[in-house]
Design a protein around this ligand. Structure first.
Ligand SMILES: NC(=O)c1ccc[n+]([C@@H]2O[C@H](COP(=O)([O-])OP(=O)(O)OC[C@H]3O[C@@H](n4cnc5c(N)ncnc54)[C@H](O)[C@@H]3O)[C@@H](O)[C@H]2O)c1
Length: 367
């Protein structure tokens, strides 16, 4: 079938309502490099902060997960009453052994008023960026003033993004890296060389946390792991716990949770997925938006241990998609995808097939 035939009976000459901008992995990489990764992370954190400030307008629910023994596929929807967004994301810690990534994602932003998608985007890179931007945004409110050294335990796909977000938003210059796989630590150190960090590669998690103001845990293992124990966490430390984000998948010893002031994204989801699944369902937590808006206090003093129990929430992805949409016209870094059927008579969807089957007859009838 040639192009003429398949376009007959469609409103291709009209408004082009069939076309949805698509941001591929290639476009996303070009966009990040064109903007500059630290600028991108700062701008993205700004969009997330803006949306957290208008928390009340959002439709919120815990994400919907499909679990297997190996991992999870999740759908993450939300809406602000004008736009609707969702992300499809997976988490499969054993995937890397077969050459696949632990986390991949894509997402859609739509017009809530007419239901039409406005953007389809890769979100594997975007998830790493938005997770890091959210972590650093939280730490800007929760870590000690003057923090300059961060331990990163788990040096896989997310790790460099975390490092660069903390540099861009908090001025972190010293990194202490540890991973069970020394090859992952070498990869992370190599990728960050020349980015302005002083990097120490460590032999154990205990060694990595020495002297760190901030401890980021970003490991992948589908089990209740104990990456950090209570004795490893000194007074005043901020913990950015990223890798415990699914039922039965945690990284911190329970005793740390009892000692820390805990900050979360959206409590009903974090109770199911976060470190706090280890605690009673009424254990007090503060939502990050409350700290951002000034409705709740973040860090009270320099001795307090603070914990951002990150699991990743739909509003962060919505903000990320909004940010990407706002870059499209300026950069042109997308392609038009023929995603939606667009018959010349909107109610004559079947007729589109009929006319495509016999375009000559259709053309004669119109003449
Ligand atoms: N909170 C969020 O918003 C969010 C977003 C994205 C990813 N994640 C989670 O972050 C984690 C990391 O994701 P990724 O894409 O970097 O995964 P990855 O598989 O690329 O890297 C994980 C690394 O952790 C290391 N590791 C596993 N167990 C360890 C241990 N006990 N001690 C030290 N290192 C250990 C592995 O060797 C690997 O290098 C995953 O659990 C993922 O689900 C959370």
């Amino acid at each position: 079938m040639n192009t003429m035939q398949i376009t007959t009976g469609r409103r291709v000459a009209g408004a082009g309502l069939n076309i949805v901008p698509f941001v591929s992995v290639d476009h996303m990489m070009k966009l990040v490099l064109a903007i500059g990764i630290e600028r991108f992370l700062k701008d993205l954190a700004g969009y997330i902060e803006e949306d957290f400030r208008r928390w009340d307008v959002f439709d919120k629910k815990p994400r919907i997960g499909a679990h297997s023994a190996e991992g999870v596929i999740e759908l993450m929807p939300t809406s602000d009453g004008e736009l609707y967004g969702f992300k499809y994301v997976n988490g499969h810690p054993k995937n890397t052994r077969a050459g696949r990534q632990t986390v991949t994602a894509f997402g859609v932003l739509s017009n809530l008023g007419n239901g039409y998608p406005m953007l389809l985007s890769e979100m594997t890179i975007l998830t790493a960026l938005r997770t890091a931007a959210t972590s650093a945004l939280a730490a800007r409110h929760l870590a000690r003033e003057g923090a300059d050294c961060m331990a990163i335990i788990g040096n896989g796909a997310q790790s460099e993004f975390q490092a660069l977000a903390f540099k861009a938003l908090l001025g972190i210059r010293k990194l202490r890296l540890f991973d069970l796989d020394a090859g992952a630590t070498r990869k992370c150190a190599r990728n960050l060389a020349g980015e302005g960090f002083e990097i120490v590669s460590c032999q154990s998690a205990q060694e990595a946390v020495l002297g760190a103001d901030i401890i980021t845990t970003v490991t992948a293992d589908k089990q209740r792991a104990t990456i950090v124990t209570d004795n490893m966490v000194g007074a005043g430390v901020h913990i950015n716990a990223v890798g415990g984000d699914s039922p039965g998948k945690t990284e911190l010893h329970r005793d740390i949770l009892a000692r820390a002031d805990i900050f979360v994204e959206y409590t009903p989801q974090t109770r199911i997925e976060g470190e706090i699944q280890q605690l009673a369902s009424d254990h007090p937590v503060t939502e990050l938006w409350q700290v951002i808006t000034g409705a709740a206090v973040g860090r009270r003093d320099r001795q307090q241990v603070t914990l951002f129990d990150s699991v990743g929430f739909a509003i962060e992805d919505f903000s990320a998609l909004r940010y990407i949409r706002d870059q499209l016209a300026r950069t042109g870094l997308y392609q038009g995808l023929d995603l939606l059927a667009d018959p010349d008579d909107p109610r004559d969807l079947f007729g589109m097939l009929v006319r495509a089957r016999n375009p000559a007859q259709h053309a004669a009838a119109r003449a």
